[in-house]
Design a protein around this ligand. Structure first.
Ligand code: FAD
Length: 287
């Protein structure tokens, strides 16, 4: 099933994200989490990809596992430092496994920028063009309601995003955001730029207070005061933080659906209990 077809139906969809083990890491605990999350029958599950491609085999393997469990898989693919030949071989592996959906990404630049070899695809839009030219895939790409950290302005970021869409991307998934008004004003700016592909809203349930500052620093996501108060109060009480993080994400999602958003993607970080709790909280809303 191509995800873009499902998104065009405009019924409420819920999807979850999993990440494969790093190269050399243990596969079984991840497989077990994937099986549990797949039992929730989300509309699709996305499988992340290590920038630089070190664990590319694991992404294909986990995406394949997802599909064998009867759930559509969205395999992430990054192009930073990759040659055309490497990308084509990864796309061939995905095709051979019957994976029809790819999230085309550049990947984060490592801290030591000099360590990246020059690749054939400087931007995700170049990767999108390549995948489109080969045909056969539904192509997703990333977007940033609060702007990408490297971009000088939000307008420039949206102009770059437009190139990605014009090069053949079928849908967009957002970076996490904790204030829904950031998404609503982003959608308005997209419509001003005539970007009209479906947008999947990415929501991160924060269940670990210690990670919040780092997540926000890396992603450029801002924390509203309401969330700051929750994190300050419960950040060092794991069970309370988890409950609060799930409740906050649930409220965000209800507000999104109530405001006409049809597709929500949850950054579940291999946590079946978090995925299940949120799905249960919105079970009637999803119908
Ligand atoms: P691009 O679209 O190439 O954008 C990167 C920067 O370049 C932006 O500032 C943009 O404005 C600018 N730019 C783009 N095109 C042009 C152009 N033509 N000319 C000039 N400037 C341009 N990382 C992983 O390593 N693995 C994953 O699995 C992964 N999954 C992700 C999933 C989602 C939903 C999101 C939002 C991010 C994910 N990331 C992942 C992180 C992502 O790789 C980083 O945010 C990365 O820094 C940018 O990737 P991109 O695809 O948005 O890049």
């Amino acid at each position: 099933m191509k995800i873009c077809d499902r998104l065009r139906e405009k019924r409420n969809t819920l999807s979850f994200e999993v990440f494969p083990p790093k190269a050399g890491g243990e596969m079984e605990p991840i497989r077990s989490a994937v099986r549990e999350i797949a039992q929730l029958k989300p509309d699709f599950m996305s499988v992340t990809y290590g920038a630089g491609g070190g664990n590319s085999k694991n992404t294909v393997e986990i995406a394949n596992e997802v599909q064998s469990l009867g759930v559509t898989a969205l395999a992430h693919l990054t192009c930073i430092g990759a040659t055309r030949e490497e990308i084509c071989s990864r796309l061939d592996s995905l095709k051979a496994e019957g994976i029809q959906n790819v999230l085309a990404l550049r990947g984060d630049k490592p801290k030591d920028v000099d360590s990246i070899k020059a690749g054939d695809f400087p931007h995700a839009s170049d990767l999108v063009r390549e995948i489109r030219a080969r045909g056969g895939f539904c192509i997703g790409a990333a977007c940033y309601p609060e702007g990408h950290t490297e971009c000088e302005s939000r307008t420039a970021d949206i102009e770059n995003l437009k190139i990605k869409v014009e090069n053949g991307c079928d849908f967009l998934t957002t970076q996490m955001f904790f204030d829904n008004s950031a998404l609503y004003s982003f959608l308005y700016r997209l419509s001003e730029h005539n970007i009209d592909v479906p947008v999947v809203a990415g929501v991160m349930p924060v269940t670990n207070g210690k990670q919040i500052a780092r997540i926000c620093e890396l992603s450029g996501t801002s924390l509203p005061q309401r969330f700051r108060m929750i994190a300050d109060k419960y950040g060092d009480k794991p069970a309370a933080m988890k409950q609060a993080g799930i409740a906050y994400a649930t409220e965000q999602i209800i507000d999104l659906f109530a405001n006409g958003i049809h597709a929500v993607h949850i950054y579940t970080m291999n946590k079946p209990d978090v995925a299940a709790a949120i799905q249960k909280n919105i079970s009637e809303i999803l119908k």
